[in-house]
Design a protein around this ligand. Structure first.
Ligand SMILES: Nc1ncnc2c1ncn2[C@@H]1O[C@H](COP(=O)(O)OP(=O)(O)OP(=O)(O)O)[C@@H](O)[C@H]1O
Ligand SMILES: [Mg+2]
Length: 393
């Protein structure tokens, strides 16, 4: 048996209490957060991967050529991200927070404490941070193939379109990363901003889910936590947009939108005219009801895809984006379904009411589903939450 208490360095150089107990380590941070790891696992990871560290501003200035515009990878809601190279030749991505405020400090600290300790093959690892004067910077591993967004909608989308095999791997890999956040991390983590620019691709095109700045920690047994209402238009679950209360099923909804995007190459919302916007869900559902899966497939695939897998991805996506959160699958179910491991569950989905023709007729005859959803999009705009269109190239 292994029980002892120690005090060591933690995030922001603060003291962390560590309780070693029965092969587990409970780390208690000054912010009140407690994270439990398996100690042998921690030791193993410590040997394999560089742990995070504090970077000096000078080092990051020199790595990014003084945050040169040419090094800029993109800009998000919290600031710009720059490519950089350290003295040892390793490549990094540096997120430079644009506004310094107490609110940003909280987000920054939360993101650091979570990211620094979470290691999973499908989650983006943190390499460190810098906090000097007014500057707050986060240093990540650099992902050579940038984001899924850049491959679906940006300049990579025509140069080097993703083939079907890569898309399937990205779907399953990113789902596994989210399963880890929802079901394996302690405490559980809700991502709250799952979208194509937050799914990064490493040199092998393996998915790495990024950005836990939005994540809130859920104590076990709690289903809802308060929120400030974040997220990106087109990916938001209806109940989250209306009530601002996130839970795991809000992530499931966003992931469903992401799956449709991955299969079709369409954006989460498309403008049909200057006043009408159609969501990808409202576009895909009628096609599925008419069994026109080939019309959903991204034209850039040139018809080269596995029909059964495409159907699986699209049907699972539509299960995820149901309006009623209790009807959505969990991310564990999603992984099982995407991998084709549960034939029974899948045939149940195939025969689901929502894919039957009456719904198609209802849509063709006029209004309901599509118009309801469009109403809901305009309601979202009225909420004046910090929603944003995806601004990436
Ligand atoms: N580690 C990284 N490697 C490569 N590209 C990255 C990395 N981190 C971020 N990027 C890219 O930099 C850009 C800006 O990222 P950032 O996270 O700031 O914004 P975002 O994801 O578009 O929006 P949000 O702020 O809502 O997360 C995005 O295009 C993102 O894909
Ligand atoms: Mg991001």
């Amino acid at each position: 048996m292994d029980i002892h208490l120690e005090r060591g360095e933690g995030g922001w150089g603060s003291l962390v209490e560590r309780l070693w107990l029965f092969g587990f380590v409970a780390e208690k941070f000054p912010t009140g957060m407690t994270i439990i790891h398996e100690s042998c696992e921690l030791a193993r990871r410590g040997k394999e991967q560089p742990t995070w560290r504090v970077f000096s501003l000078k080092e990051l200035h020199s790595a990014t050529n003084n945050f040169n515009y040419d090094n800029k990878l993109g800009e998000g809601s919290f600031g710009s991200v720059y490519w950089g190279q350290l003295w040892d030749g390793s490549q990094i991505a540096v997120k430079r927070l644009k506004v310094w405020s107490n609110r940003a400090e909280t987000e920054f600290t939360v993101e650091l404490e979570i990211l620094a300790r979470i290691r999973h093959k499908n989650l983006l690892s943190l390499r460190g941070y810098c906090a000097e004067g007014q500057e707050r910077l986060i240093v990540y591993e650099y992902m050579q193939n940038l984001s899924l967004h850049s491959h679906l909608h940006g300049h990579h989308s025509f140069e080097c379109p993703l083939d079907w095999n890569r898309r399937m791997n990205i779907a399953i890999g990113s789902a596994e990363g989210i399963v880890y956040l929802h079901h394996q991390a302690t405490p559980h983590i809700i991502h709250r901003d799952i979208k194509a620019s937050n799914v990064l691709l490493d040199s092998d095109f393996q998915a790495r889910v990024a950005d836990f700045g939005f994540a809130m920690l859920i104590p076990d047994g709690t289903t809802h936590v308060p929120t400030k209402g974040k997220g990106t238009l087109g990916y938001l679950a209806p109940e989250y947009a209306m009530m601002g209360k996130p839970n795991e099923s809000c992530d499931v909804y966003s992931f469903g939108v992401l799956l449709l995007e991955l299969a079709s190459g369409r954006r989460p919302t498309e403008k049909l005219s200057s006043t009408v916007t159609q969501s990808i869900v409202d576009w895909a559902l009628p096609l599925v009801c008419e069994k026109k899966f080939s019309e959903i497939a991204d034209p850039r695939l040139n018809g080269i895809y596995v029909e059964g897998e495409l159907k699986r991805v699209v049907l699972v996506a539509l299960m995820c984006v149901q309006d009623l959160p209790e009807k959505r699958p969990t991310m564990l179910d999603v992984v099982e379904l995407l991998k084709g491991e549960s034939k029974d569950k899948f045939s149940h989905i195939e025969n689901s009411e929502m894919f039957r023709s009456p719904l198609t007729e209802e849509i063709n005859n006029g209004t309901s589903v599509v118009e309801d959803r469009l109403d809901y999009i305009s309601e979202e705009k009225e909420l004046e939450r910090p929603l944003k269109e995806n601004a990436e190239l």
